[in-house]
Ligand binder design. Sequence first.
Ligand code: ADP
Ligand code: GN1
Ligand code: MG
Length: 369
Amino acid sequence: MSYNLEEIYHQFKTEGRFESGAPFGSGHIHDTFRIVTAESNSDDYILQRLNNKIFKNIPELQNNIERVTKHLNRKISAIPGSEVKRECLTLIPSIDGKSWIRDNNGDFWRMYIFISDHRSYNIVDTPGKAYEGGKAIGRFQAMLADLPGEPLFETIPFFHDIEKRLETFNSKLEEDPAGRAAKVADETGFVHRRAEEMKIILRLGGEGKIPVRITHNDTKFNNILLDRNDKALCVIDLDTVMPGYVHYDFGDAIRTAANIAAEDEKELSKVRMDISLFEAYSEGYLSETRDILNSVEKDYLAFAPRLITFIIALRFLTDYIDGDNYFKIHHEHHNLQRARAQFRLVESMEEQYGEMREIVRKLVLGTGC
Ligand code: ADP
Ligand code: GN1
Ligand code: MG
């Protein structure tokens, strides 16, 4: 599908002449383009065609992002030496003053300032980068803790709710719309053997032992931009910022920051959680949140990567059974390949769970490892 990016560009209050637009990044949800402007002193932009099959209420979604970016902007601006246009996403208003437009096909588009000279990683290769990622997410949660006003709109209800994800999986398995259920018998067994133990975070929430906070909910490492020196710069992809448990952010970040292989690695023997990357991320994260989290939240941090990796594997597998309607895929069995790699990662975390717990315990006490 090709779009007239220049025409869409002119529906926003931009500075600079449109020079070119091309697909950018490796997100699985929206169609993302980088717009280059002609003048060297004008910002470039990120233009996104929003996935409104997944996000069913774009005006409410955008309202969340307006509130969140305004709040972050105010906090970051108050920090001496900060560069707010690089450390926080900046939405560009449309000509009629909204933060999105709708084109003639009914598609929704939004625009951000392009954060130039950043580094984005799908795989993390040094503890230093993992540490910075942890700091970025910790700071993000801390800065949003006092967001004023109503609770944020739930852009995807039950997003990390393991009970609902299991229900959907089981019903798709039974329905078998793409005739693939028989092919995934091994993976189905893997899911059912672990289903009960995965419910612990939800249970702790239900018992009031861990609070609902404002969380990002999609802390895949490529949603954390680093600067040219690989220091924490900006947390992006704010579509799922909404009420959640801190475990969801911690878990998803470890899933991507500490996996030494690609999310969709075909060669399963290459998939492994690296404990030193886990430790570095945890150290960065706890340096910002040690004084905020309660003791039960801290006790269950080490479990969180097992939960979130399991949930995301389950979502890839469910999408595979469903005939690939959710995640962008690049070949026929891509979602199955992703699911298998993520299940292998769950096993690697299980193998190292004792060590993970010990690392978090020491970091929580501030005694280091
Ligand atoms: P998706 O939900 O599809 O992952 P994202 O909002 O994460 O969409 O955007 C996709 C990619 O585009 C990101 O991983 C990142 O590489 C890039 N990107 C998004 N926003 C910006 C920005 N403001 N500046 C620079 N790069 C960006
Ligand atoms: C999607 O948007 P992106 O590509 O950063 C997905 C996440 C998954 C991730 C798996 C809204 O993230 O939940 O963890 O793919 N986002 C949404 O790579 O479903
Ligand atoms: Mg993304």
